[in-house]
Design a protein around this ligand. Structure first.
Ligand code: GRF
Length: 233
């Protein structure tokens, strides 16, 4: 029996797509299966992507209890937030402590928190003049972008970058990191342990500078291989 995963998302769903593709590619080796895609936005692109795979969809509205009920009805064991813009009620984050993760397009704790989403994150990074940004996958607690960090992967910020070019570079990394972390979590290869620590966390370790400074689609396979090795599948 694989872990039953719900993906909550508000947007186009490229991270959902990357996760579905990764789990499909893992076949019987995968740690979990997406059984529900839920959104707060009735027209969100994620719904179409989910329907194409015949995954159940739902629109979340109303009280905190309605999300809890929905998760219960679908027997959800793991929640992956992929561009979900709503606050997840405490009732849910408490019940799913260590079983709910988010992907954020910066190196947290920089450029995170309430109101920091989409292009705002990347514009803030550009405005701050940082030379490195990246993607973070973290456990979700009762504050925005705050729970224990599971995985981070850096990307360079070039002088000619604007928010859009930086967003595209970070998204490439999100698509590599997020699915692998969710799969590893589903297979219990990553765990939240006492003291808000993470066992099995993944971070670029400076062993291959090319992967940082020449990140481009041509490096994706190499980076994916490094993440897989770090996760010790
Ligand atoms: C991603 O950048 C993710 O990090 C952020 O929202 C964006 C969602 O993009 N939380 P998509 O809908 O997965 O394409």
């Amino acid at each position: 029996m694989t872990t039953r995963i719900a993906v909550l998302a508000s947007g186009g769903g490229s991270n959902l797509q990357a996760l579905m593709d990764h789990l499909d590619a893992r076949g019987s080796e995968r740690g979990g299966e997406i059984v529900l895609v839920a959104t707060d936005r009735p027209g969100a692109g994620v719904l179409e992507r989910a329907s194409e795979r015949r995954i159940a969809t739902a629109t979340i509205s109303g009280t905190p209890d309605s999300l809890s009920r929905l998760l219960e009805e679908h027997g959800i064991e793991l929640i992956a937030l992929a561009g979900y813009l709503c606050f997840v009620p405490d009732k849910v984050t408490k019940k799913y402590a260590g079983k709910i993760v988010n992907v954020h397009p910066s190196l947290l704790p920089a450029f995170g928190g309430a109101g920091m989403y989409g292009m705002k994150v990347h514009q803030a990074a550009i405005d701050a003049g940082v030379r490195v940004s990246g993607a973070t996958v973290h456990f979700v607690d009762s504050q925005y972008d705050h729970g224990a960090i599971i995985a981070q992967w850096p990307v360079p910020v070039y002088p000619m970058d604007d928010a859009r070019t930086l967003a595209a570079r970070v998204l490439t990394v999100e698509h590599l990191l997020f699915p692998r972390v969710v799969d590893a979590l589903a297979a219990s290869r990553i765990r939240l342990t006492t003291g808000n620590r993470v066992s099995g966390s993944v971070t670029w370790q400076g062993t291959n500078e090319d992967q940082l400074f020449a990140i481009a689609s041509s490096h994706s396979a190499e980076i994916a291989g490094t993440i897989d090795a770090l996760l010790q599948r």
